[in-house]
Every structure is written in C-alpha cells, then in structure tokens.
Design a binder for this molecule. Sequence first.
Ligand SMILES: NC(=O)c1ccc[n+]([C@@H]2O[C@H](COP(=O)([O-])OP(=O)(O)OC[C@H]3O[C@@H](n4cnc5c(N)ncnc54)[C@H](OP(=O)(O)O)[C@@H]3O)[C@@H](O)[C@H]2O)c1
Length: 251
Amino acid sequence: MRNIMITGATSGFGEAIALTMSKQVCRLILTGRREERLMALAQQITTTTHTKVLPLVFDVRDNVACEKAIQSIPEEFKPIDVLVNNAGLAVELDPVHKGALEDWERMIDTNIKGLLYVTRLVAPQMVERHSGHIINMGSTASHEVYMGGGIYCATKHAVLALSKAMRTDFLPYGIKVTMIAPGAAETEFSNVRFHGNQERADKVYEGYDPLVAQDIADIVEFVLSRPPHVCLNEVIVTPTAQFNGVINRSK
Ligand SMILES: NC(=O)c1ccc[n+]([C@@H]2O[C@H](COP(=O)([O-])OP(=O)(O)OC[C@H]3O[C@@H](n4cnc5c(N)ncnc54)[C@H](OP(=O)(O)O)[C@@H]3O)[C@@H](O)[C@H]2O)c1
C-alpha cells in the first residue's frame, strides 16, 4: 500500500491525479488552500473508492504552515512513498519592464520556494528508507521562454534544475525523481493567471485541442507503474497542435 501526497489537489492536474490514483491501492494525502474544495474531493474519493484520504489545508509559500501540516500527518499515512509537487501558478503576461513585484513574488514563492519547502520536509524520510518517488510539475516553460511569460518560465526552468539536482542528490538513496513538462492544458491555470477573467482565459485555448487534466493524470499513473529499476526522468507532453512554443490554431 503506497502513501501518495499530492500538492495542489483542489483543481486541475492535482485533482485529476488524485481521482486517478484513488482507483489504485493507496492512501492519499491531498493539499491545497481551498478547504471546501479539498473536503469535497476527499468525500468524493472516500464514498466512491476504498482509498483513505487525508486532506491538509495549507499554503505552500508558508514554511511554518508546511511544517505544521506535515508534522500533523498520522502514522497511518506514513511513510510518504510518493510526493507529487504540483501546486503552482502563473500570474499575468507582462514583459519584464512592466511586471508587478507582487505577481513575481507569488510565482517565485509558490513554484520554487513552496516546492522546496515541501520537498525538504518530506524527502528526509525517503532518504532514511532508501526509497521513494518525487514527481515535480514542470512545464514546457522549463525549456522555453515566451513573450510576457519570463518570470513564470524562470520558475519552471528552476523546477527543471531542481529536479536534476534532486535526481543527483538522491541517487545514492534509490529515490526516483521525475519532472513532467506539459504544454498548454485547459485547467483553472489561465483563469488564475488572468485574475479570474474567464473570457481572457478561454482565448488561450481557442483554435486547437489543448491537453486536459486527465492527460497528465494518465502520465503520472504510468510513471508510477514502472518497475523499481526504471525511472522516467522527464516526460514532455504537448497538445498535438503545439511544438517549440508555437501553437497551430487552425482548427
Ligand atoms: N495548465 C497548464 O497549461 C500547465 C502547463 C504546464 C504546467 N502547469 C503546472 O501544473 C501545475 C498545476 O496547474 P493546473 O494547470 O492544474 O492549474 P490549477 O487548476 O490552477 O491548479 C493549481 C493548483 O495549485 C494549488 N496552489 C496554487 N498556489 C498554491 C499555494 N500557494 N499553496 C498551495 N496550493 C497552491 C491550487 O490550490 P489552491 O488554490 O486551493 O491553493 C490548485 O490546486 C502548476 O504547477 C502549473 O504551473 C500547468
């Protein structure tokens, strides 16, 4: 029985990963800031499957809150075998000379520092046991930069560097590290990016079929199904209509 912790499980990829993995033999630790959503998801899983769920409400940007939440995990949900570092966001599409400091800090604090805070608290018990799997949610923005996306892309480049660093640091302990790098996927991502402006968000997905959250959940399920001697280091996945930062919107 595996214990799987997924950050950012209240919507999008995290929610789909939770629902997909709940159909397997495991226990789930699901996190996010929106308590109602998290509780509703936990209830949905516990009423439709045999999977036990521990919902933990905290902001990954707050290291003290991360510590409190992770220390509160009952023995039953320990040790954590799989950590999916998925919580993250983009804010606005401003060029560097016009960016708002507040937006930059939200992205840097969530996507880089939050991922590190959670990993720093969960990884030691994996190191101790010489076993575990960390999946970091990168992006095609881990490899490319697009106009107005500079700071978000920088944070996702950092996720790539950190995934390689973890792979190196954890090599002696047999811990797997995988970075998943999705291209454009229709979740709440663009709504969040544009501060709730759904019309602006919808435009991002016009003229082509974007990825959906289930596509990423299917990949996580596959990555986690490999035998102990196989580690997928990175999976890059885009809509068929997207490559190298270019989207064919001719549909
Ligand atoms: N959608 C795409 O096109 C795309 C492409 C490549 C990579 N990604 C990456 O995939 C990950 C998931 O994004 P998504 O598309 O599923 O977007 P989403 O639907 O907006 O989900 C983002 C999740 O992150 C959580 N989150 C955000 N800030 C948080 C914080 N400070 N503390 C705790 N949780 C926080 C949110 O939960 P709460 O708001 O409840 O806290 C939510 O559950 C992100 O890392 C994103 O950068 C997305």
